[in-house]
Design a binder for this molecule. Structure first.
Ligand SMILES: C[S@@+](CC[C@H](N)C(=O)[O-])C[C@H]1O[C@@H](n2cnc3c(N)ncnc32)[C@H](O)[C@@H]1O
Length: 213
């Protein structure tokens, strides 16, 4: 079997480790709002969190009774996720695994596969990873993909032409068998955020939720 540790792209890992290492905490520690919306209505089961970062989603899911496999390329992020999980008393419910998802993918089938902002400024085979994510969904389970739908106002000048795939484009890229899957959500919900200088803003996200029959 391929050893995930041995097949990590070092440049990608360094990029994310430096990003996480530059701050005591990069993300809020809270679960992502759209995940809370969707998973809050589901009975707990097994979940796979792709690009889990510092573990906010995984710990929230574990707290609601899910068994979570939490995956990221950044060892710095994973160490934080493991420490936070232990501090929250959730370590036994969260299996933290290091994978470069462009090269290896965690084994198993899951009732919920979640990709929250699994977006990268580096080369990343997004469509192939999302297709692997769909293959990891157990019968009756769901794939939830939430991504940025627009650049925040304070970053627009630096990225004037940045465009994100629509949920419809993501669904098309997944190339799912229509007899085997039902689309439950395909929309662009809004989310309140606070900018780097404390300025409030509303941002559009792109959300796709599909269920395997
Ligand atoms: C924008 S962050 C989102 C983190 C978290 N899901 C959240 O919503 O706060 C993207 C995450 O994907 C991870 N990532 C980027 N490229 C990856 C890859 N090739 N394999 C695994 N994880 C990767 C990064 O380390 C980072 O934690």
């Amino acid at each position: 079997m391929t050893d995930p540790q041995a097949t990590v792209d070092e440049e990608t890992a360094r990029h994310w480790d430096e990003l996480y290492g530059g701050r005591d905490r990069l993300w809020s520690g809270r679960a992502n709002a759209h995940l809370v919306d969707v998973a809050g209505a589901l009975p707990p089961g097994s979940a796979l969190d792709l690009g889990c970062g510092e573990g906010g989603d995984a710990i929230w899911l574990a707290g609601r009774g899910w068994r979570v496999t939490a995956v990221d390329i950044s060892q710095t992020a994973l160490d934080r996720a493991a420490a936070e999980a232990a501090a929250a008393g959730m370590a036994s419910r969260i299996d933290v695994q290091r994978h470069d998802l462009s090269r290896t993918f965690p084994a198993g089938e899951f009732d919920l596969v979640s990709a929250q902002f699994l977006q990268s400024p580096l080369e990343f085979p997004r469509a192939a990873v999302l297709r692997a994510a769909a293959r990891a969904v157990a019968p009756g389970g769901r794939l939830l993909v939430v991504e940025h739908g627009e650049v925040p106002p304070w970053a627009r000048a630096a990225h004037p032409d940045r465009r994100f795939p629509t949920p419809e484009e993501t669904l098309a890229e997944l190339d799912l068998d229509p007899d085997g899957w039902r689309t439950e959500r395909l929309d662009a919900p809004r989310r309140q955020i606070t900018g780097p200088d404390g300025q409030p803003a509303t941002l559009v996200d792109h959300l796709l939720l599909v269920r395997r029959r």
